[in-house]
Write a protein that binds this ligand. Structure first.
Ligand SMILES: Cc1cc2nc3c(=O)[nH]c(=O)nc-3n(C[C@H](O)[C@H](O)[C@H](O)COP(=O)(O)O)c2cc1C
Length: 172
């Protein structure tokens, strides 16, 4: 396998949810690189239904943080990226949501590759209308996730997965 190929597999394997951050700011270049990775995600019919709200402003971040039980993550992350589905750009609900998932995974892998840490916050979707109001999004935008990014406070995050044998239900 090429070195690049191995690096991609290593990034997929070593990426973790990072929920604690140092006080170091995240550079504009890094935020741009994360958004670029999201932009290059695949989508059905290449409809690219993702839209991004980037929030660094502490006051705005604090207001949004009150909408989730994971408020500390959002408060402490130097930057959060709210990822929306633009329903005006959508054509098939399932496929549009799958595309948003691909977009977020790209962003997450880019974050990890840049030496930063991120976490996908889905719990806040219970208040997705409120987040949209705060960010004054167009009517067609529906919140899909908030992605929090910062410099990891530590590197010891562990995670587990089911064995492949539990997941492959048939192999002919
Ligand atoms: C759709 C989705 C929603 C998630 N929502 C949250 C969340 O609200 N809060 C949180 O702390 N982590 C959330 N996570 C992160 C998962 O808990 C995490 O990916 C999982 O436990 C595996 O750990 P790992 O990412 O470190 O491998 C979410 C992940 C996904 C893909």
């Amino acid at each position: 396998m090429s070195e690049t190929g191995q690096a991609v597999l290593d990034a997929i394997r070593s990426r973790r949810s990072i929920r604690q951050y140092s006080d170091d700011p995240v550079s504009d270049d890094d935020v741009r690189a994360i958004l670029e990775a999201g932009r290059w995600a695949p989508s059905g019919l290449n409809n690219q239904p993702w839209r991004f709200g980037v929030v660094r402003d502490p006051e705005c971040k604090n207001t949004i943080s009150e909408l989730t039980r994971y408020r500390e993550i959002i408060r402490n992350a130097p930057v959060i990226i709210a990822v929306f589905l633009d329903n005006d750009a959508g054509y098939d609900r399932v496929k549009d949501c799958q595309s948003i998932g691909a977009c977020l995974q790209n962003m997450w892998l880019a974050t990890h590759t840049l030496g930063l840490g991120g976490v996908w916050i889905g719990e806040i979707l219970k208040n997705k209308e409120r987040v949209a109001e705060i960010l004054e999004t167009p009517e067609s935008h529906e919140l899909m996730a908030v992605f929090a990014v910062g410099h990891p406070k530590h590197q010891q995050q562990e995670s587990q997965r089911k064995e492949l044998s539990e997941l492959i239900f048939k192999e002919l």
